[in-house]
Design a binder for this molecule. Sequence first.
Ligand SMILES: [Fe+2]
Length: 220
Amino acid sequence: MLVREVGFENYVSIERNRPKNWTIIKSSDGIWSSVKDADEASSDHSASSAHFGYHYDGAYLPKPPLVCSLYCIDSGRGDTPTAFIDAHVAVNSLCKRLSLEVEDLELLDWTYIDRHGKLINAPLVQLHPYLDIPILRFGEQSGILAYKRGSSKKLDIELSHISDAINSTLSEQEKILQYWKDGDWMVWDNWQFLHARLATSSDRRRNLRRVWYDVKFDSF
Ligand SMILES: [Fe+2]
């Protein structure tokens, strides 16, 4: 969902624009994160203007946010869109590509080491918490596939082949492209959609503000 000119300049306006029954989830940066090139070298490539592959936000949290939002403070050149793909459609496409069932993919975890050196483990396929449909949980930028601990069943297919198939599936999905204009506020379901920053070169002026929310099931 795209909203224009909501005003997101400070904590007061962010709080004022918060829909009823939404609660703000703090990230490791606080209430908001700046998504722009840092003045100094940073290891956090997610918060920059450089290309960043498909992922969901807050993978390092025990319960990643249901809703993510980005507010455009400065669109910079305006030629670096945020792309969204449907993570449920992606699961079905992946199964078709590999001739596997959803239950086969449920044997796997997606694991990666976060920027603080902590090992993150998440099921590759999860049920959407309120739509009850299988969705793909993956970070294209990093991570490897592994069988879930204790899983005795193995697939007749190399995990590296599945990883390659995931990357091909993600790149071929139908995309929604958000080319930013100053004042745009994009809000999306962080479970149903994976998102990426499609950049061909960095843009030091591009400046977005990211805020996460939790939403009560019956009020979404
Ligand atoms: Fe993100």
